[in-house]
Structures are given as structure tokens and as C-alpha cells.
Design a protein around this ligand. Sequence first.
Ligand code: ADP
Ligand code: MG
Length: 699
Amino acid sequence: MPEYLDQDIKFLAGVGPKRAELLKKELGIRTFRDLLYYFPYKYIDRTKFHAIAEVRSNQTYIQVKGKIRAFEVVGERQKQRLTAVFYDETGSMDLVWFQGIKYIRENLVPGKTYVVFGKPSVFNGRVNIIHPEVEDKASEQFKTGVLQAFYNTTEKLKKRFLNTRAINKIQYNLAQQLQGKIYETLPSKIKEPLKLISLKDALRQIHFPESSHYLQKATFRLKFEELFYIQLKILSLKHSRLEAFKGFIFSHVGYNFNQFYANNLPFELTGAQKKVIKEIRKDLGSGKQMNRLLQGDVGSGKTLVALMTALLAFDNGFQASLMAPTEILAIQHYNTIVKMLTGLGVKVALLTGSTKKAERKKIHEQLESGELQLLIGTHALIEDTVSFSRLGLVIIDEQHRFGVAQRAKLWKKNKLIPPHILVMTATPIPRTLAMTLYGDLDVSVIDELPPGRKPIDTRHYFENRRKQVYEFIRGQIEVGRQAYIVYPLISESEKMDYKNLEDGYELMKQVFPRYQLSMVHGKMKPAEKDAEMQLFKEGKTQIMVATTVIEVGVDVPNASIMVIESSERFGLSQLHQLRGRVGRGAEQSYCLLMSSYKISNESRKRLETMVRTNDGFEIAEVDLQLRGPGDIEGTQQSGLGVNLNIANLGKDGEILRIARNVASDILSDDPRLEKDENKLLLYHYQKMKNTEFNWSVIS
Ligand code: ADP
Ligand code: MG
């Protein structure tokens, strides 16, 4: 039997077929339930009344009580508007309507007391409210509670009179009918210790709060529930993965690892690198498959950790593969790794899209015979023709460029027991988000840079300082350094006036006539791009003009300046990622953020954050707060979208932590939710849509 709440929204009083169509199209509200879970975005206190004489046009929303003196229609036809003088004992203001003039005139009566609510503005020196909400004080109005809820609507809806107030009214109609129709979703054993109110009360209070205290209780309860069920899902998936998948045991620390440590390692490992290697070794000895995300800022030495993990694989008779997102990065990894492994006798090969057929064939044979121990490459690695004899470890660099499906394909490459997986990312993900997105991956963090690194000196310049910036670049190039100049992407349709890459290139040629310039952008063929990169890397060009294609991983230690044009156009994590291209050598590096004068508050906050800190995790936290989790780079591309209705991962970290602990306790006592006391949880757990949290593909 379908539940009451699953009814089509058109059957609700005050809706009907026409409005139902609009609600579906514009807001995705199809059923009673959808409406019930369409929560307000803000609340306004309606216990306060203002004296009309005190109303100022800079106030947000105000409420006044008074009478209409007279109506006046001003203007011709299309431009007609209706104004009414509205007064109380302190003074008067205007009420203005551009639409529904006839209706207003017929229904509002001069001399009668009304409550008027709206946003004040000013016209011809007089304070007014355009399209106010007018309520008849005498007739019994529906009770909105003390705090009035505000709902997001769209222009289309507003045109058809489905404004926030109208939604408020249909919410009220729905609320009248819910007696006995809402079933509790959390058992008392969870609710009581946390003092959570019932779902029924929470849903009532969220739309019609009796006080800010109740509103807070309702919000907490609903956020908790949302985060709790997500955690329950993630943690139980993790649990079943651990149960289902055995892992190879790398128990042996042998020749490769020891030799490397004693002879090849040119520096001390940082404390953070040691800690992470320990965590990895624990996984590798556990008999379960490792699924670990390695987070570390650019330059923190992740590659080295990955390489040492691979050495453990070789010591235990296994092969390893390292997958990079671009050909140039794969080549770079190949070169550094071959150099670092000098004298060890490990057999390494490089496989990319441009590997020649004969070479490819040889690689395939050597992989199957087990002669080849480490294969480094791009997407070419996951082609079906590539098969290993004993693949024990898969390392994925710069994780956010890979899709979930690609990862899944990779680790099917060992038929019986899946290889251990180490995913590396330089896009730091805040803990709260990592707990949700990668809840079933274990997370290691390298939170320390190798000693001696000079923090990158970041500065923000407006247009008027452009000359000085050029002088500064010139000075650096004169002492032998190189510079990147990055322009934002421009799409043809965008009318606004952004710096165009081509223009930029021409301009730079004029500004720096004595230097050689390179240019790369996304539309170039990979081979062309690589050739330009190579020129820059070899120092044959001094300036690299580029789009964000240079964002990922390329190492040019001699480049010490990163200029970002129209920096207000970039997201925080992208700015940070770009800045990471410099600061890789011994010299002091600089990041110069150019912007126009007119920037939004949010842009200002981003640039300030960049100037203030080099810490990727701090930047990620700010980013999360500014943008919200759905937008964080990497989460969309990887297909791990989280749809949260009320909780906010940027702000509700503490509730998330509580929810996770509760979920974890329950699962450790009853991993499959088989106990009677967990029946309710199992029921709602199973009802959760699987599609939104399809982690099973990665694990
Ligand atoms: P990531 O991949 O995290 O961006 P890399 O592994 O490429 O960083 O390391 C950046 C640079 O730092 C490399 O040149 C590497 O050799 C060097 N490096 C790594 N670990 C250390 C260390 N413990 N001490 C000094 N230098 C290190
Ligand atoms: Mg790297």
C-alpha cells in the first residue's frame, strides 16, 4: 500500500494540477513527501512590529501595522503601478504593486487595519515596500508560528504567485493533515541519549517554529538523521568489503626496500612520511585488501611513499603499477623513479598512448612473464589487453582526474584477490568531507613538508600595479628563474571581458621581447603540449603562458614565479593547485595574483586566504565553507556526489562526528543490523537510495 506521503502533490489543498506541474518542473516537488522535506532557507521573527517612522530603506524585512489611506494608479498601460499610502500613528510610507492591481484594489479596504510585511526600499525620497505581504488582522489567519519560514522559489514560480508565502500556505495545508501519518525513523536508544525530538515534531517545527529554541532542536534532529544514515551506509559497506575481500600479505621487508633505504634515499624521511609508511605496512600485513587514500599537499613527498610501498610489493614477489592522469606526468614519474632505483635491478617500463606497437608488445609479454616489476603509465594501463602475472599493488596519482569506473577496472586486473590500492591526491579534502566521501577508504595524511622548503610568498595586485609586477618578473628572469603566467579559460559565449590567452601571449611577447615564450592550452594536441612543456622544463623558454592545463603535477624546479591573471575568476583549490607548480626548488618562490578592482566578497575572501596561508587543508576548509560540498573539486568528476538536504558538511562537522560514532557503535555490535532492536534502522537503511552512494564500485 502506498504511503500517504507518496501522493501526488496535485491532490493537496491549495495546489491542483496547474501549480503541481510548476512545482514539479521548478522545484522537483512531486509528492506530499517532497514538499514536507522542502525545508526553508531562513526564518524571520514576526513578533516584532516597527513604527512606520522608524523604517529605513536599508533594513532587510520589516513588519508594520497600520491602515491604507488612499490608492493611486500611476503611469500608462504596461508601466502602470498601484501605490497606496500606508500609515500608523508615527508616520506614513508607500506600498507599491506592479502586478495584480485590479485584485489588490478590489480586496484591500482603506481604513481597515492590516499587517504589512516586506523589504523596504526608497523611491523619490519616500520609503516604500514593493509587493508587500498584506494580512487582514481581523480575520483569523493561519498560524505561521513566531518565526516565519522563507522558501527558495524561482522567477517562474513567483510570476504565477507561487512565492515563499504561497509555499508557506501549502505547507500549512499539508501540516494540518499529518496527524498519525509520520513514522519515526530513529529508535529511542539513539534519540534519548542525544535528546533528539521526534521526527513528527521536527518536521512541524522546521516549517512552523514556535521559538528559536524549538527550531534549533528540529534542525539538529533532521541534520543528525541525514548524516547518521549516510554514515551507517558507508561504514557497513566498508565492513562488508573487509569481510569479502582478502588481501595479499606483504610480510617480508627484503632486499629492495632495505637497499633503497640504506643507499638510494638521498634524504631523511619526514616524520609524516614515516607515519604514513607505517600505516600502509599495517594494511599490507593484515590479510585484507588495502584501499587507502593518501592525502598530502603538493611537494609533500607522496611519490616517495608510493615508491617505497612498491618496493615492498617487489620484495614479496608482486608487481606494481603506477597510473598518472597525463602522459607528461607519467613520463616524469618514470624518469624520477628510474633514477631513484639506480643499482637495484628493478625492471620498470613506461606505457602510454604513444608507446609504439613493438614496444607495447614487449611490455605485455614481460608483464605476463612476471619479468617486469613496475609499470608506469596513463589510462593506457587499464586497457583490457594489459594483463599482469602477479599484480599486487596499484598506485593512482592525482586521484581527482580519474573516474570511479576507471579505478574499478584497474583493480579487477588480478582475478582472485584484488591488488592493494593506494590513491594519492594533492587536493586536500577536509576531514568532514573525507569522512563522508571516502568513508570506506582509509585516509592517510602527510601533513608536513620536507625541511628547508621556503613557503611561497603570495601577493595580490590590482591592475594599477601591473608595471611593477612585470618589473619583478624581469628581475627574477635576469637572475635565471622562469615564470608561469596563467589565464582563465574563456568560452566564446561569455560576454564579459576576460583576459584572453592569445592576447595575453601577444602582450607578453611585447612586454618581454628579449625572452623566449612557451604557450600551452587544452585545445593543443598532447604531443604539441608536451613539446612546449619540455622546452620550458629544459630552460629553453623563460616564460610559460598557459591555461589551467598546467595545474597538475609537472615539476620544473627552476620556475619560481606563478602569475595568475584574473585570479578572482578561479576557485580556491584551483588557485592553490596552480601555486603548487612553484616552490619546488631551493629558491624563494612567488605567486602573484592579479585581479580587477571590482571583485565580489567571495573572491576577496579567496584571494585573502591565498595570501594568508600555504596550508592546503586550511584552504580546503575555507573552500568548503564558501562553496559547499557539492562543488568541491574532484567530488563531482569522481561521481561521488553527496546530496544533502539539510546538513552542511562545511558547518556541521561536529554533528557528523557524533553521527559517525553512533553508527559505528551500532555496527560493531550488530554488523548486519540483524538484531530485533535494530529493525527500524535496517528498514530505513534499505530504503536509502543506492544510487547516491555507490561506493561499492571503488571498494
Ligand atoms: P608530491 O607528489 O607529494 O607532490 P613529490 O613526491 O613529487 O611530492 O616530492 C617533491 C619533491 O620533494 C621531490 O623532489 C622529492 O624528491 C622531494 N622529497 C620527498 N621527500 C623528501 C624528504 N623527506 N626530504 C627531502 N626531500 C624530499
Ligand atoms: Mg606528485
